[in-house]
Ligand binder design. Structure first.
Ligand SMILES: Cc1cc2nc3c(=O)[nH]c(=O)nc-3n(C[C@H](O)[C@H](O)[C@H](O)COP(=O)(O)OP(=O)(O)OC[C@H]3O[C@@H](n4cnc5c(N)ncnc54)[C@H](O)[C@@H]3O)c2cc1C
Length: 316
């Protein structure tokens, strides 16, 4: 079977869940060949084997992570030229999409971004306009580069014994244009990362203030969920902007999304419409969010949310 290159998304050797999703997807269409860039591979190799990588290209040179995205692009371009893979998969994160775009220019091919599903022939599925329209697109020239949205595929283990190949690339001067001068590890709370979480509970303007976000956090914690917020809530300073879901915030696609006191504006939907199951709590039965939900509760969140938290905690 033809090889599909999967760029491993990791932070200092800790592999992100989206990589396991990409490996799972790649296995359905070819041999999943992981591409590791930077230090930390030894601690992560078992995980890549667990999710069925048939091969791992290891580019361990620390220099490759000393600059922003360009070295990864140059490495992938070299691997494409040397091995003619059937496709290249990256995570549709900010960095992944930048790599995808640059790589497409470099190897003169096309890129599909924010793909939420894939069919034979690398036909990508995209959910657009607040989930109202599903489009299908195919790269018509060169090696398809496909940026897959996190949480679009359920990761499935399929243990393998991957072959390892050490690779390196001589960076061009252009790739060294922007050096990373400092890395600050984001303080990690107990909760899962927003874009990777299986469950997200988000609060909006209806929550009414920063202190009341405790209700959202308690509901989230009862479910082991991440906390999100609408822009109205983040702009008001009730919750940090890094937790904003929507067009100008994060895109999430969890198994379960609970919108609390959120009206469902198109810009909010853009960031959560592909969630598998959507639940809303809103006191206005006419709120647009109810057009989108699988399950809606018309009620006052100050009554509904604590009761829900209590019920869930009882069953844990
Ligand atoms: C260019 C642009 C980009 C944007 N990007 C984003 C984005 O990334 N993310 C985003 O979220 N928005 C974004 N917005 C803003 C978006 O248009 C909406 O203004 C915003 O999503 C509204 O947030 P909200 O639903 O929390 O507030 P509102 O629309 O004010 O809705 C609050 C809801 O809470 C309900 N409510 C009130 N009190 C209670 C209660 N006690 N119990 C239950 N329900 C209650 C109300 O019925 C109402 O439906 C963007 C806008 C623009 C123009």
């Amino acid at each position: 079977m033809a090889e599909i290159l999967v760029l491993v998304d990791h932070v200092d050797g800790e592999v992100k869940k989206v990589t396991f999703e990409l490996l799972t997807l790649a296995r359905a269409y070819g041999d999943a060949a992981a591409v590791w860039v930077g230090p930390g591979y030894e601690g992560a190799k078992d995980k890549l084997a667990e999710y069925g990588a048939s091969k791992v290209y290891v580019a361990a040179d620390e220099e490759l992570t000393s600059y922003v995205v360009a070295p990864k692009v140059e490495l992938l371009a070299q691997l494409v030229a040397d091995g003619s893979p059937a496709a290249v998969f990256v995570a549709a994160t900010g960095e992944g999409k930048e790599i995808a775009g640059r790589l497409a220019v470099r190897i003169e091919s096309g890129v599909l971004t924010d793909v939420v599903g894939l069919a034979e022939g690398f036909v990508g599925e995209h959910s657009i306009f607040g989930g109202a329209i599903v489009t299908h697109a195919k790269v018509s020239k060169g090696t398809p580069i496909i940026a897959v949205r996190p949480n679009s595929v359920a990761p499935e283990a399929s243990p393998s014994t991957p072959e390892e190949e050490q690779v390196s690339v001589t960076l061009s001067d252009a790739a060294k244009g922007a050096r990373v001068v400092e890395k600050v590890v984001q303080e990690k709370g107990e909760r899962p990362e927003l874009t990777e979480a299986a469950i997200v509970v988000s609060g909006g303007r209806g929550v009414g203030g920063a202190d009341n976000f405790k209700l959202i956090e308690e509901l989230a914690d009862s479910l082991g969920a991440a906390v999100g917020a609408s822009r109205a809530a983040t702009d008001a300073g009730w919750y940090p902007h890094t937790f904003q879901v929507g067009q100008t915030g994060k895109t999430v696609s969890p198994q379960l999304y609970i919108a609390v006191g959120i009206s469902g504006a198109i810009q909010h939907r853009a960031g959560m419409q592909t969630s598998k199951t959507i639940v809303a709590i809103n006191k206005d039965s006419e709120a647009p969010i109810f057009e989108l939900v699988d399950f809606g509760v018309v009620g006052d969140l100050f009554q509904v949310a604590p009761q829900l938290t209590e019920e869930i905690n009882k069953r844990r």
